[in-house]
Design a protein around this ligand. Structure first.
Ligand SMILES: [Zn+2]
Length: 413
């Protein structure tokens, strides 16, 4: 393909010692189980949770070929910024590939081909009607942007790539990144019965300035990429709640190291055999293993009252408290409880910490400044804690820690 140079991702193997430790932990788990585990009986299947309107929705598995191309504007020229350095920065060398490969347990690989050199968009950036920090003001402006990108690359078969990353020069003003899906836009185009067409492009990810200037650009790239596979943002758009779900990349691109168990399940990365659904009128002990361990029971889902709401319990792995504080050690490990509420909307589900922040031990102790401002969440539950959830008549006691796993007892009335 003219003008396109492929880069080959190197694979990163899982760390062997961790798997061995886990095998031992699993043996302990098998011995500890007093009653049989009721497996995912009435859970919605991952397929049923995929976005309805997405005609070209891609399952998060296999090897996906993506393309990264670079556009600038008369009013936002690239200056001395090279496309090679920009790609290297966004991909973190091989880190983006490693992250996706590891998180998916080897089920998904994304290979990003780089189109060298900037191409100049026909309009100044202001003409694409962007608003706050460079977000498109509406679908009409976004569609115009996409069409102009398509016209800039007549020599590249953009429809071949399930994901096309369009990168603009790093800018303090145009900071926002944005992901648009063919299905969503097609539905919008159809709804107004216009003569517009998207061609055969499927997903376009527009990378703004903040992704390029943060400490882990590849994590911002991964955040946007996972929108392609149907994950919604977990930001809390209310004061002081911006980064409540810091353990998930869709909730906090600055600190999270991966995804919560619910997202692993929805993506098809966590098999049903690693999910337990404790039945009512049972008392069961589990050895809860970390999601990323690749083995064992890693997610409990307990139906709460009416259909479409669950109490989820899993291990939260420590995160770095704040990117800007040198020398801070990872914290925030423990047992994470949250509710999943399925929604009949574009967002599709809402995740809330359980119990809500502020109702048990505060994470804010010992934190200052920016960290304190961001720490409007609570620590995960520690050994000795008992989580009670009245709607599902559930009581969960965190009994002990076994390496990276936790022994917990779940009693349901
Ligand atoms: Zn997002």
């Amino acid at each position: 393909m003219p003008g396109v140079r492929r880069i080959q991702p190197r694979r990163s193997p899982f760390t062997r010692p961790f798997v061995i430790v886990l095998s031992a932990a699993l043996l302990v788990s098998a011995l500890l189980h007093a009653t049989p585990v009721a497996r995912a009986a009435k859970l919605p299947t991952p397929a049923s949770l995929q976005p309805a309107g997405r005609v070209n929705f891609d399952p998060a598995r296999g090897t996906i070929e993506a393309l990264m191309l670079f556009v600038d504007f008369s009013t936002l020229p690239h200056g001395v910024q090279t496309t090679e350095a920009t790609a290297e920065n966004l991909l973190g060398g091989n880190r983006f590939n490693q992250f996706i490969h590891q998180q998916s347990g080897g089920k998904l690989d994304i290979r990003v081909a780089i189109s060298s050199g900037w191409r100049r968009m026909p309009q100044p950036i202001e003409a694409y009607k962007t608003s706050f920090e460079g977000a498109f003001i509406n679908n009409s402006a976004l569609l115009r942007y996409i069409k102009d990108v398509q016209n800039l690359y007549p020599d590249v078969d953009l429809g071949y790539y399930p994901i096309v990353y369009v990168v603009m020069p790093n800018s303090e003003i145009y900071r926002r990144s944005q992901t648009a899906n063919y299905g969503d836009l097609k539905a919008w185009i159809d709804s107004r019965r216009s003569g517009d067409s998207l061609g055969d492009m499927r997903n376009i990810v527009i990378m703004g300035g903040s992704a390029q200037s943060q400490h882990r650009p590849y994590m911002s790239l991964a955040h946007e990429t996972m929108h392609v596979f149907g994950l919604p943002d977990l930001y809390k758009n209310r004061p002081g709640k911006a980064f409540e779900i810091i353990w998930d990349l869709m909730g906090d691109p600055y600190r999270a190291n991966g995804f919560i168990g619910w997202h692993h399940y929805v993506l098809g990365w966590l098999p049903a055999t690693r999910i337990a659904v404790p039945a009512s009128a049972t008392k069961t002990e589990y050895l809860l293993t970390p999601i990323h361990s690749g083995a064992g029971t890693s997610l409990l889902l307990i139906p709460m009252g009416k259909a479409g709401k669950y109490l989820a319990v899993e291990i939260a792995e420590p995160v770095k408290p704040h990117e800007l504080i040198e020398g801070t050690s990872p914290w925030g490990g423990g047992v994470l409880a949250y509710t999943v509420s399925l929604l009949n909307s574009h967002a599709r589900w809402q995740i809330d910490l359980y119990p809500p922040p502020g109702t048990h031990q505060s994470a804010a102790q010992g934190l200052q400044g920016n960290v304190l401002a961001d720490a409007q969440f609570t620590l995960p539950h520690q050994v000795g804690a008992i989580i009670r959830e009245p709607i599902s008549h559930t009581s969960i006691e965190i009994k002990s820690r076994v390496g990276s796993a936790y022994r917990i007892e779940v009693e349901r009335q």
